[in-house]
Design a protein around this ligand. Sequence first.
Ligand code: BTN
Length: 255
Amino acid sequence: KERLQGKRIGRTVYFYPEIDSTNSVAFSLGHSGAGEGTVVIADSQSQGRGRLRRPWQSPPGSNLYTSILLKPPIEPAVAPQLTLLAGVAVADLLSEYCPGAIRLKWPNDVQIDGKKVCGILTEMRTAGHGIDYVVVGIGINVNIQKADFDEAFRDLATSLGVETGRVLSRLDLAVGLYDCFEACYVRYLAEGFAPLKEHWLKYARIVGEPIEVIFRDELQAGEVVGLDDNGALLLRGDDGLVSRVLAGDATVKKK
Ligand code: BTN
């Protein structure tokens, strides 16, 4: 904690050797009134979860599993912006380790050479018409080796350790992550979503790409026009109409 540069994120830290899910713990802490910037970090998770109800493998000793509690003064409709914010914060951090190689895949995967190195899961609790609190969960593959990945994921996932050929300190990464997150968050609160959107698009480089998004078994295809002001993806279909996509799994189609 002494090493953190910011004043908000990581002011209170809860560490667990093993926990069900750092997102669940941060969610209950939010419920019992914990302050903004409280973070939960675990060595391993027994019920780590990903988007679309997928499990998130969370073995001990190798990766970073952390959740950040936020109380942003924003409308629930724009909460997806926080997922994009987390992606930019992680991309800024990982760029220090792999300069120029980090790419964001909408809505929230962080990739190196097309392989996933980090996943982000944002969950919120609303009160009346506003946000009570938001939990941003971040899982970064740190020292897990290629051979450790499930067969099915070997070509789809990577780790910072594999990419840099070094054994990395998870503490250094956590401290760096909270600092990068704080820098993005403070700027977002002061200047709004516009600069963040530009920053995100720079890492994503998807404008003009043909893409397919599947959500709840429905397929939407088109060319990426950009992001709207809530953080939704804007797709232009073959008929020229632009539609908004709020969630789903995206695949960039080869031209
Ligand atoms: C995804 O890509 O599907 C999102 C994965 C999010 C995983 C992290 S690990 C820390 C936090 N706790 C969880 O249970 N999930 C998130």
